[in-house]
Ligand binder design. Structure first.
Ligand SMILES: Cc1cc2nc3c(=O)[nH]c(=O)nc-3n(C[C@H](O)[C@H](O)[C@H](O)COP(=O)(O)O)c2cc1C
Length: 333
């Protein structure tokens, strides 16, 4: 029989939400909200924050929320409670992505504690990596992390396939840059250097003058002609790193939430070994390019994220909305 005090429940759930907000999200849109009712925490998609043009189906929004769900699961377990998760529990409430309850008392294993410790430290990188290769054993461990969530992480070993991914990324970036509405949507999530906004991509999170990797994977143009970006040395390296694609065998809303959980598990495990990820998801926002990748490169699996993994001295700080902005607490009567 578990005995836990009301205060213990409240502080555990608050810690879980505090961790959830540190999940990665497309353009740092943080497309989530949380509601707590007794011992149950609800995770909802905040579709006001969905990218209506580049993510009309909400796929990237649900991947982002799935990553937040992984942080909740890890926090509950790290604090000694087995999470009881129901994904998409109510077909009549599609925005309700998951409910999580505190289950049996458990003792957190070392790996859970390791991943949990990385939640706030992990950062997205937006430039090349140093020449130091990610060891094969670590890449295999990342594949296993994704596999444990039922998702496939495929390291792209063939140079030709890496070139294809790089070329499609550059093509998608160029096509998006031609589209005024698309560009407006993206730059609405780009922060000027002196911004105090707690969302969107900060100017210190990318180089002022990007140096190409070989082959080159285009970055998003968050500065959009402004002299924004960081001048620090951490962005000078030019190695592409290890390219990897996260895929699912089906492509439903549930698969996207699952992909997000797997993504976060991979990123946290990588971060524990000082490996950063750079995302390049532009090609996946264009139906034909995503379909081309699925059929020609990924044996019919549905691509959910494209990443490069590697080493960098990047230590830029992240920004997030405070918990009070995203959490609704129902007070007991
Ligand atoms: C589904 C998804 C797609 C993303 N796509 C890109 C991308 O194409 N380019 C990029 O620079 N970052 C991308 N990101 C990373 C986000 O910009 C990043 O998570 C966010 O700005 C928060 O920063 P942090 O990860 O450093 O905490 C993506 C993240 C997610 C979850």
């Amino acid at each position: 029989m578990n005995t836990r005090t009301t205060e213990e429940v409240a502080s555990t759930i608050r810690a879980a939400v505090q961790a959830a907000v540190w999940a990665p999200s497309v353009h740092n849109t943080q497309p989530w909200s949380f509601a707590v009712d007794g011992e149950e925490l609800a995770l909802r998609a905040d579709s006001d924050r969905k990218l209506r043009l580049s993510d009309a189906m909400g796929r990237e929004m649900l991947i982002s929320c799935g990553a937040a769900l992984m942080n909740i699961r890890l926090t509950l377990r790290a604090l000694g409670w087995e999470p009881q998760v129901r994904v998409l529990p109510d077909p009549d409430r599609p925005a309700l992505l998951a409910t999580v309850r505190m289950g049996e008392a458990v003792t957190a294993d070392e790996h859970t504690r390791m991943l949990h410790a990385e939640i706030e430290r992990r950062r997205t990188h937006r430039a090349g990596f140093t020449e130091l290769p990610v060891p094969d054993r670590l890449v295999e461990a990342l594949v296993s992390q994704a596999g444990a969530e039922g998702v496939r992480l495929t390291p792209v070993r063939s140079e030709a396939a890496v070139r294809v991914l790089a070329a499609l990324t550059c093509a998608a970036q160029d096509v998006q840059a031609q589209d005024r509405l698309f560009t407006l949507e993206m730059i609405s999530w780009a922060q000027p250097p002196d911004s105090s906004r707690k969302e969107g991509v900060p100017a210190r999170g990318y180089p002022r003058e990007p140096r190409p990797t070989h082959p080159h994977f285009a970055q998003r143009d968050y500065a959009h002609g402004h002299p924004w970006g960081s001048d620090t040395d951490q962005f000078n390296a030019t190695s592409t790193g290890t390219v990897a694609v996260l895929t699912t065998s089906a492509d439903t809303r549930e698969d996207w939430i699952t992909a997000g959980q797997a993504l976060q598990r991979v990123l946290l495990h990588a971060s524990a070994y000082d490996v950063h990820a750079a995302f390049h998801t532009q090609a996946l926002e264009t139906f034909h390019l995503r379909e081309f990748l699925r059929q020609e490169l990924l044996s019919g699996e549905h691509p959910q994220t494209i990443m490069r993994l590697g080493y960098t001295s990047d230590d830029s700080e992240g920004v997030r909305r405070p918990v009070t902005d995203v959490l609704q607490e129902r007070r007991p009567n």
